[in-house]
Write a protein that binds this ligand. Structure first.
Ligand code: ZN
Length: 363
């Protein structure tokens, strides 16, 4: 249970008309779906690999350009295997140092689809070049963690040992590149093993957005979400809470949908309206609007979806320039919550020192 007295909303009286805008992305390339395509098909379906190549070759650079143009310090939750540029089997076994999850829907060895090759041969399984690009991007982007191999932490097939090995491996790989991981995003948003995250120095993790449709299950849930997005209903502010594990949980507010599947019938304009409404509400209530997306979601209808995102970011940066909105990464928000006990926002009178201190840690 969360300590309700330490929520962000409880402090909103200290910061009138000052909201926060966060963008977080799940970057996983092939790892995001490697356990999902048919058990009898070892090869990735052709359309999926095309989507992932478009993501790699076009979408990621375009997103970094947008974030630079609109000064957005986004959080990129990256699968740890993408920190590599190659890997090879040892005595016929891929990643022998990694214990395997026993997810009921995946009967093979967890790494059986890992090509155990190089970034040149199989670019959708490796991403060291992408991590380096994100590291040098301006303004400074936050590199977060999305597990090493997209193991589902909240599933019973993921033991404590597996979860710890996944996190430990990511922390070590990040350290090699001089990155300190502070923010975690659970694969498929299925939470578990939180105490491991605090053991390895994480500050915060992402949780599912609050929404009227969450009480529904299965198809009704999907349909309600679709309706919610079609009508561009105003998203809730993120709930930011200090958890007993010592970590801050930061929920999402809205998801920037792909234009494939049912997403085809949601006009880009609805995504834009929803984003702007979310920012507006964050400002009105001194809350947090947290937009999340998968880069692959922009691999179909790339130009149109980038255009929509650009309009949301344009609105955010204008509000930021007017002094009404803080543009923060997940880690920056958590750091400010941690160091500035009263309020994380830098322009609240009397709290500038704490805010600068937070800036120094996260940058
Ligand atoms: Zn590998």
């Amino acid at each position: 249970m969360a300590h309700k007295t330490e929520t962000l909303s409880a402090r909103s009286d200290r910061a009138p008309n000052r909201g926060v805008f966060i963008v977080s992305l799940d970057l996983e390339l092939a790892w995001g779906a490697s356990d999902l395509w048919g058990q009898r098909t070892a090869r990735m379906p052709e359309p999926l690999s095309e989507v992932l190549l478009q993501t790699r070759d076009v979408v990621i650079d375009a997103l970094l350009e947008l974030f630079q143009q609109y000064r957005i310090p986004a959080t990129w939750a990256i699968v740890g295997h993408l920190f590599l540029d190659h890997c090879e089997p040892v005595n016929g076994l891929r990643h022998p140092d990694m214990p395997r999850p026993t997810h009921s829907w995946f009967k093979d060895d967890w790494y059986t689809r890992d090509p155990a090759s190089t970034i040149q041969t199989d670019p959708i399984w490796y991403g060291r070049d992408i991590v380096k690009k994100i590291m040098i991007a301006e303004p400074r982007q936050e590199v977060g963690c999305h597990s090493f191999s997209h193991v589902i932490f909240g599933d019973e097939g993921c033991s404590e040992d597996v979860a710890e090995a996944e996190v430990r491996k990511c922390v070590a790989l990040a350290q090699e590149l001089g990155i300190e991981l502070r923010s975690f995003v659970f694969p498929r948003s299925q939470e578990g093993h939180h105490s491991i995250l605090s053991k390895y120095g994480f500050l915060c993790y992402r949780t599912r957005r609050p929404g009227w449709f969450n009480a529904l299950g299965g198809r009704a849930h999907k349909l309600a979400r679709l309706l919610n997005d079609l009508l561009a209903l105003s998203p809730s502010c993120a709930v930011v809470e200090k958890q007993p594990s010592g970590l801050w949980s930061i929920s999402t507010s809205a998801y920037y949908r792909s234009a494939s599947g049912v997403g085809r019938i949601v006009p880009v304009q609805s995504r834009v309206r929803q984003g702007i409404k979310g920012i507006h509400r964050a400002i009105e209530t001194s809350g947090v609007f947290h937009l999340c997306l998968h880069p692959w979601s922009l691999a179909v209808e790339t130009e149109r979806l980038l255009g929509g995102l650009q309009r949301i970011l344009e609105y955010a940066v204008r509000e930021s320039q007017e002094g009404r909105l803080n543009l923060l990464s997940m880690g920056q928000l958590a750091e400010r919550m941690e160091t500035s006990w009263s309020h994380p926002f830098e322009h609240v009178p009397g709290h500038r020192v704490e805010a600068r201190k937070a800036e120094g840690v996260i940058g």
